[in-house]
Design a protein around this ligand. Structure first.
Ligand SMILES: Nc1ncnc2c1ncn2[C@@H]1O[C@H](COP(=O)(O)OP(=O)(O)OP(=O)(O)O)[C@@H](O)[C@H]1O
Ligand SMILES: [Mg+2]
Length: 332
């Protein structure tokens, strides 16, 4: 891709004697928001740290803005990094935190002040510059961390789970905040998360890792609607795997391989359905979650609105037409 700002070419990452991710190929367009999503231990942080130069690549190439940076030390790569806890220096003010790298690089005082104020204005934290992190809100600390990552001129910011310590409400507003800063400041973001909501809500593209392999790369809708592998189908959203005989009955045709149906695609009260027993019902406000047993198999359903089947009753179970995902064989 001609307009990629960052390209990973057959990149191998890991540690001496242990390759964590092999043959990673990725082109990131200028200004894009790309998430690296995957379960714990799948290699997301290792990839990020290798891009930042905190770990040496085991093979392959990293090209940033047309320049090969694979062997450059971190300070000579034009990338900024924002960590989970923001990693601000607690005894320094916001100004000093943002200025730190410029001071290390021995910039002149006036130049440092000019650049810190410029980036602080863009991040809307000019009035916070004299404060220390402990007296700032989480959102303000996040902006300081982003300003610090941008001040040296980096156009690519790497985020390693910056939202993972936050409760659900704060997390939602922080997502919007990061997206707002991104669109105003125009940086390219590589965002590591194990949270599918982070990835689905923020990303232009999501790279899904599993056991050191890339399972699929695509936008959120594609991953959700057209999962390439059983892993994606189970990892994003909530899916029921259907045993082959049950799949055949529900789909009305012979099914080879593995079949899945998402819990919101299970229909109760279907016209030509299969009898299912209601084993458990949980009311969650906007929807209810229902555990069913059908022909000896467990199945979960999500019912929106007022649908609330009676515990122990028998209902007629079907699935929305076209909603099942079938995988002829494991693509390995
Ligand atoms: N310093 C290290 N030395 C050796 N192995 C390591 C080191 N750090 C991580 N690993 C291993 O590398 C693999 C990938 O770890 P990594 O931290 O990249 O996972 P992750 O996807 O970021 O997981 P999480 O969501 O838990 O942060 C794991 O098996 C881990 O045990
Ligand atoms: Mg990690």
């Amino acid at each position: 891709m001609a307009d990629s700002v960052l390209s990973l070419k057959n990149l191998n990452v890991g540690f001496p004697g242990m390759t964590v991710v092999r043959d990673l190929n990725l082109d990131v367009a200028d200004g894009a928001f790309v998430s690296l999503l995957g379960p714990s231990g799948s290699g997301k942080s290792t990839v990020l740290r290798t891009i930042a130069g905190l770990l040496p690549a085991l093979g392959g190439r990293i090209v940033l803005e047309g320049l090969e940076i694979t062997a450059l030390p971190p300070e000579r790569r034009n990338v900024g990094i924002v960590f989970q806890n923001y990693a601000l220096f607690p005894t320094m003010t916001a100004f000093e935190n943002i200025a730190f790298a410029l001071r290390v690089a021995k910039n002149r005082q006036e130049e440092i002040a000019r650049r810190v104020h410029e980036v602080a204005a863009m991040a809307a934290i000019t009035d916070q510059l004299d404060k220390k992190p402990a007296s700032m809100s989480g959102g303000q600390q996040q902006r300081v961390a982003i300003a610090r990552a941008l001040v040296t001129g980096s156009r690519v910011l790497l985020f390693d789970e910056p939202l993972s310590n936050l409760d659900a409400k704060v997390r939602t507003s922080m997502r919007k905040e990061i997206k707002r800063l991104q669109s105003e400041l125009g940086f390219t973001a590589i965002f590591v998360t194990h949270d599918q909501e982070d990835a689905l809500t923020m990303s232009d593209a999501i790279v899904v890792f599993n056991h050191g392999r890339i399972e699929q790369i695509g936008d959120g809708r594609t991953l959700y609607r057209k999962p390439a592998t059983p892993f994606i189908c189970e990892f994003i959203g909530i899916s029921n795997e259907l045993a082959p005989p049950l799949a055949a009955r529900l789909l009305g045709r012979d099914v080879k391989g593995r079949s899945f149906v998402r819990h919101e695609d299970v229909v109760l009260g279907a016209a030509a359905g299969i009898p299912a027993r209601v084993n458990h019902v949980e009311f969650l406000g906007a929807y209810s979650r229902v555990d069913l047993e059908v022909e000896g198999h467990a199945l979960s359903a999500m019912l929106i609105g007022d649908q609330f089947p009676e515990l122990g009753s028998t209902v007629s179970l079907g699935i929305r037409p076209g909603a099942a995902h079938t995988f002829p064989e494991e693509r390995r």
